[in-house]
Ligand binder design. Structure first.
Ligand code: DOR
Ligand code: ZN
Length: 346
């Protein structure tokens, strides 16, 4: 048998834990339990809750719910539809960044690019603006980064048309980072036939040539983000966008490492060091022990409330055996040992 693998606690800069508002599909306890099961010790939650997190009041309700339940560490982002700029000064210290949607997705919180300049200027601080900006708007968005000098993170980059301008912007010294999701690396548009709506998310799965391009430029990508977006089986059957990812990302990436597609150093960079850099986080006292075994992903035994994965039947490598945070074993052999509320708000 190969040696056990020891990794630093993984960090996911992009999850949707649905709490409060849609706790029939996930809540802070099940979502952070899924995080630990996947080797993540810190996750960062998006503001597209049923009630958008665009005011101090809604933010406080969300943090209050999190405080009682989290078993991993957790941070949250604020949102904006362009009408809450006066809230920014009040909430900036309690959030890790500002998330803006420039394309249609779950929740219907799309804003027009005309708002960007105003929002970026009002936010202006060290904490990043995170963008859902697909191919049609990426260049306009990067122009705003150039004009304002505001740190910008482009989420879930899915194709050449999105990644190329980002890499150019990076080369020219703009403060821009980007993340790629496992589903855009391990699935392609051909899989939609097999998966039906379980293979639908925003951005959509792309042609193989784009997937190949993402792999070929992965050394220039800052983070792998799961975009863990749980929806129930019934909801997926009737057509919502998003797939869960917290419990499958590490197994996929270790599989790719075994396959020779990336080295251990880059894997750790994408899943832990990179996220720390993007969000300006302190080093966490957290380690993950992984058993070096091959397996097939399954819908059985997942901690996420939605209970399915688009990667079912695909091969993975490495089973998370133990997670230790701040000297305490918080997860071992499939069991969450941490008490609800023992995670820290970051
Ligand atoms: O597929 C997606 N689902 N993309 C997003 O940007 C949002 C997410 C969700 O909240 O379900
Ligand atoms: Zn998302």
């Amino acid at each position: 048998m190969n040696n056990p693998i020891t990794l630093p606690g993984l960090i996911d800069v992009h999850v949707h834990l649905r709490d409060p508002g849609q706790t029939h599909k996930e809540d802070f306890l099940t979502g952070t339990s899924a995080a630990l099961a996947g080797g993540y010790t810190a996750v960062f939650d998006m503001p597209n809750n049923a009630e958008a997190v665009v005011s101090e009041k809604v933010l406080e309700a969300k943090l209050a719910s999190a405080r009682k339940q989290i078993v991993s560490d957790l941070g949250v982002y604020f949102g904006s539809l362009g009408e809450n700029l006066d809230e920014f000064d009040r909430v900036r210290e309690r959030v890790r960044g500002l998330k803006l949607y420039l394309n249609v997705t779950t929740g219907g919180y799309k804003i027009d690019t005309d708002y960007l300049m105003r929002i970026f200027t009002a936010w202006k601080c060290d904490k990043p603006v995170l963008l859902h900006a697909e191919a049609d708007v990426i260049k306009t968005a990067l122009e705003v980064t150039a004009k304002t000098g505001q740190k910008t993170h482009v989420c879930h980059v899915s194709c050449r048309e999105e990644l190329e301008p980002i890499l150019e912007a990076k080369k020219s010294g703009l403060p821009v980072t980007c993340g790629v999701c496992p589903h855009h690396l391990f699935l392609n548009e051909g899989d939609v036939e097999r998966l039906g709506n379980f293979g639908r998310m925003k951005p959509e799965l792309k042609p193989v040539k784009d997937v190949d391009y993402l792999w070929s430029e992965l050394d220039k990508v800052d983070v792998i983000e799961s975009d863990h977006a749980p929806h129930t089986v019934e909801e997926k059957q009737s057509g919502t966008f998003g797939v869960p990812g917290l419990e499958t990302t590490l197994g996929l990436m270790l599989w790719a490492e075994r396959d020779g597609r990336l080295g251990r150093e880059k894997l750790i960079d994408l899943l832990s060091e990179g996220p720390r850099r993007v969000l300006g986080l302190e080093k966490q006292d957290a380690t993950v022990e992984v058993e070096p075994v091959e397996f097939k992903f399954s819908n059985e035994g997942l901690k996420t409330k939605c209970g399915w994965t688009p990667f079912e039947g695909m091969p993975g490598y490495g089973r998370v055996k133990r997670v230790v945070m701040r000297g305490e074993t918080v997860y071992e052999d499939g069991e969450v040992l941490a008490k609800p509320g023992s995670g820290q708000l970051l």
